[in-house]
Design a protein around this ligand. Structure first.
Ligand code: ZN
Length: 326
């Protein structure tokens, strides 16, 4: 048989967690059809891996690629790193079910400009992703802040009972249409006024549909451990698996606390499905929040809508130039 593709001499990491092993891998169509020592196999395309590592595509579970997968379906920044699936809609912000009349609320502006928010239902978003045919797979969460943007006239207060019911309806429809679960970004100013009681019915709806709850905690600084407790309780009550997003000890005063945070997570995981993801780099990344600006940490501005010329510059330098002091 002539395979479509044969990758020879690879160090195969099969995703099971087992050690790598030396093998040839044969592919027919879109499927791996043989793994092993195949000295006599032939193929239309043969790649000599020269003992490089060969692994299944990585799943990037924490992304804000909601509209990138539609705008730039090649998704080269991900694909070239070996990522073949992204989970979008994290930190309370998702592209659907959302339509916006004027300003894009912070931090939904991470996802795009006003006309990027045009998917009033999850299925409309899913259809747009399908039509764009991105080179990678997409799984999507629904963001709590996105839901708030659809039913509330102000973010600076808890949702009323009626607004919670409306959010629950939007969320349940999205879950029926294939959303993976719910995310929250309770540290952000447009979600921080949502009390636990606002989250509870939404998370319970996710529990009913068999989804997952991910949360950018209410506090990643001095109040980290309490915020973790809040997340555990919310997920437990809603009977959902929990993922704590980008678990970290933020702020210089909190450094060295990772042991405590991880012990707490491990203790909770004895009683419920509790997990975390983390940045694969030693920095944080977010929209600019004055509450997080201190002189203990170097902050670099990567992009700015009103001041695009300041991109890639240290905030300290910009502040000095403009005559501001920390
Ligand atoms: Zn986040």
């Amino acid at each position: 048989m002539v395979y479509d593709l044969l990758i020879r001499n690879a160090n195969v990491l099969d995703g099971s967690g087992a050690a790598h092993f030396r093998a040839d891998v044969a592919i027919q169509g879109e499927r791996i059809c043989a793994i092993g020592d195949m000295p006599y196999a032939t193929a239309a395309n043969i790649i000599d891996a020269q003992e490089r590592y060969l692994a299944p595509g990585f799943i990037d579970v924490h992304t804000h690629d909601d509209t990138n997968v539609i705008r730039t379906p090649e998704m080269l920044p991900k694909l070239t790193q070996g990522v073949t699936t992204v989970v979008v809609g994290n930190c309370g912000i998702s592209a659907s079910p959302v339509t916006l009349a004027d300003d894009v609320p912070d931090p939904m502006n991470l996802l795009g400009k006003l006309d990027d928010f045009r998917y009033s239902s999850f299925s409309a978003y899913a259809n747009a992703v399908d039509a764009a045919a991105p080179s990678i797979n997409v799984a999507a969460l629904v963001g709590h802040t996105s839901l708030r943007s659809q039913v509330m006239d102000s973010f600076a207060r808890p949702a009323t009972a009626e607004e919670i019911t409306q959010m629950e309806m939007l969320l349940s429809q999205a879950l029926d249409e294939g959303a993976l679960g719910l995310s929250s970004g309770l540290a952000y100013r447009n979600a921080i006024h949502a009390p636990t009681t606002e989250m509870a019915p939404l998370v319970a709806a996710v529990g009913k549909s068999g989804g997952v709850y991910t949360t950018h905690l209410r506090d990643e600084f001095a109040g980290l451990l309490d915020a973790m407790d809040e997340a555990f309780a919310t997920a437990r009550n809603g009977q959902v698996p929990l993922v704590i997003s980008h678990l970290k000890c933020a702020g210089a005063g909190n450094w060295g606390g990772a042991g405590k945070a991880l012990s707490k997570l491990e203790a909770a995981a004895q009683h419920q499905h509790a997990h975390c993801d983390c940045y694969p780099y030693t920095a944080g990344s977010s929209t600019l929040d004055l509450g997080q600006v201190t002189d203990e940490i170097e902050i670099t501005i990567t992009w700015s809508t009103p001041h695009p010329e300041q991109a890639r510059r240290p905030l300290k330098e910009i502040a000095a130039e403009w005559g501001y002091h920390c």
